[in-house]
Design a protein around this ligand. Structure first.
Ligand code: ADE
Length: 378
């Protein structure tokens, strides 16, 4: 991935880009980083990049024409790249945004400075604006580094084991605590569960600790963490009826669901679906294909099963209630979609625009259940 950073402080990046994970990524050719000096696009002999604000007020504003030339050069050097302006006014960077940006062919990170950047840059020249948090930095350079680091570790081959990206904090709520030798230091013990070598016990302990920590420290993430233990069962029938190419739609739908919602397990209950797409990333996710839904549902007896209904009817659970059930679930949740509700399942009301048996309806449903925007506003 080509990443071009436009800045008035090109040397800011000197020390960190050669080091650690970013240094390794660059060495291996996974990312190529170009630093571009914004002043090179100024036209006067003083290389002026800012001017006084219209309407008065303190500080200077970065000039639109200078940014225009710099961004045009960047788009030429990195065709198809997504151009991002770093600003505290932007959308908040999170893991989902990092994953999304890691799929772009290239990135252009525009570092704002001073009191601001002429609004026409945001309105007409960039694809999006990102903030790394609700505080004001002296400039976008530190924010660009944060974005670059978060995105780079999502690229294949940057972090050694795919597993450590998979267990990152936020991918599944907060991460479990880690310890290393010595087992006791100044009387501070490491948990006995981690020392016995019993993998099932270690896994159970880690899951429980991660869940406890998430609900105590970040209740806002708890529903998202619960989503991590969701299994999604796609039944072919409803989709086959709804669309002309059910096989590729199921594969596309399955992939999107796994990636976007980071479901711990995805089970596609279809006989002949082309699963190559789904399996492409199976090393990152616990994706399984099983032949019959009955087989799956028998295994999921201890779990709560929620069926996402095709048709709205009386006594179905509204989305807020479904979310509450998911967040409160002790063991996993199985969501089923397509076909009739399995015995004993809670049935959830769709309330969706358009036909509820289309794959897009499933996506809309999952958005309503796990979408961060919804979680923030409720
Ligand atoms: N520039 C100044 N503050 C920033 C922030 N919080 N995020 C991104 N860019 C910034």
């Amino acid at each position: 991935m080509l990443v071009r950073i436009i800045t008035i402080f090109p040397t800011f990046f000197d020390s960190c880009l050669g080091e650690g994970l970013l240094g390794k990524a660059a060495e291996r050719g996974v990312v190529e980083i170009q630093i571009d000096d914004l002043r090179a696009y100024a036209t006067d002999k003083h290389h002026t990049v800012d001017d006084v604000p219209y309407g008065g007020g303190p500080g200077m504003v970065m000039k639109v024409d200078v940014w225009d030339r710099a961004i045009a050069a960047a788009r030429k050097a990195a065709p198809g790249a997504r151009v991002v302006l770093l600003t505290p006014q932007g959308d908040r960077l999170d893991e989902a945004a990092a994953v999304r940006l890691s799929r772009e062919p290239g990135l252009v990170l525009c570092c704002g400075r001073y009191e601001g950047v002429d609004e026409r840059v945001a309105d007409h020249l960039v694809n999006e604006q990102l903030s790394i948090g609700d505080y004001v930095l002296t400039g976008g350079e530190a924010a660009a580094l944060v974005v670059l680091d978060a995105v780079a570790r999502k690229l294949p081959g940057v972090v050694g084991r795919a597993e450590s990206v998979e267990t990152d904090t936020f991918t599944a709520g907060l991460k479990f605590p880690q310890y290393t030798r010595p087992p006791t230091y100044r009387g501070w013990e490491t948990p006995a569960e981690l020392r016995g070598g019993n993998h099932a016990r270690i896994e159970a302990w880690r899951r429980a600790e991660a869940r406890r920590r998430t609900s105590r420290r970040r209740p806002d993430l708890a529903a998202l963490a619960a989503a991590h233990s969701v299994r999604l069962v796609l039944l072919e029938r409803a989709m086959a009826a709804a669309i002309s190419d059910p096989q590729s739609a199921i594969a596309a739908c399955a992939m999107r669901a796994v990636e976007a919602y980071r479901l711990a397990q995805l089970v596609v209950c279809v006989p002949d679906v082309d699963t190559r797409q789904v399996l492409r990333n199976a090393h990152l996710y616990d994706v399984r294909i099983v032949a019959s839904p009955e087989q799956l549902l028998a295994r999921a007896k201890h779990e709560t099963v929620i069926h996402l209904a095709d048709q709205p009817e009386a006594d179905q659970l509204p989305p807020a209630e479904v979310r509450r059930v998911i967040a409160a679930a002790r063991s996993g949740i199985t969501l089923t979609w397509g076909g009739p509700a399995p015995d004993g399942a809670l049935v959830a009301a769709p309330a969706l625009p358009g036909p509820a048996d289309h794959p897009l309806a499933l996506m809309a449903w999952l958005d309503r259940l796990f979408g961060t925007r919804e979680l923030q506003t409720e």
